[in-house]
Design a protein around this ligand. Sequence first.
Ligand SMILES: C[S@@+](CC[C@H](N)C(=O)[O-])C[C@H]1O[C@@H](n2cnc3c(N)ncnc32)[C@H](O)[C@@H]1O
Length: 222
Amino acid sequence: MAGPIKLDFSEKYDDQHAQKYLRKHQEGLNRRLSHWRDEQLARKALTLAGEPGLVLDLPCGAGRFWPLLAEKHNRVIIGADNSESMLKVAVQAQPADVVKRVQPLHTSAFDIALPDNAVDSIFCMRLLHHIGEAEHRLAILREFERVTRDSVIVSLWVDGNFKAWKRKRAEKRRRQEGYQNRFVLPAATVEKEFEQAGFRIQEYLDFLPFYAMWRVYVLRKR
Ligand SMILES: C[S@@+](CC[C@H](N)C(=O)[O-])C[C@H]1O[C@@H](n2cnc3c(N)ncnc32)[C@H](O)[C@@H]1O
């Protein structure tokens, strides 16, 4: 039998890259503003999802959402990532009183090491825009459908905004065909995939409507 899917992009998160990723969201005014807006959307999405009590943060990366997830005092948080280096950095970098609330889990989104209906919500920030193949996205979404009891909060890049238009134009100019690491998806395509995997869309929240590509969807199991 074939093993779980492994993607090239997942391999880059070694010790060095993990440190770089931690700093990325802390440096410069633009980055900090962007993290602040990410947090605003995340808070709103969690409220829409009914303030879930048991949340799987997958992929947790450097744990930048752990303090926010811990704002609800009785919330149980599982911080999961495919990269041991990222998990290590997250545990070292986040405040100790937050880290003690988090159960770290080394696992892949394609094959989550948890039973069916194990959590109330899966909180999935900045993973799907790395997944270029529809069949890979579906594999992840179906795994989410198995593991969540109720909701999924997921962020990705969609088209239909200025930045997506600009990116497409730049790509055409460069006629770039080589290795691509991040993908803009037509909103209609990904919305169909959510349905196919067994979710309905409760709501979506745009980072900056008509301008930015980031969109957060709140999905509920059908
Ligand atoms: C762009 S980071 C996002 C991290 C975090 N959600 C955030 O927004 O700061 C992408 C993360 O996905 C993780 N990753 C890559 N492939 C994965 C997989 N198959 N399963 C779970 N995590 C994966 C990487 O290790 C990395 O930490």
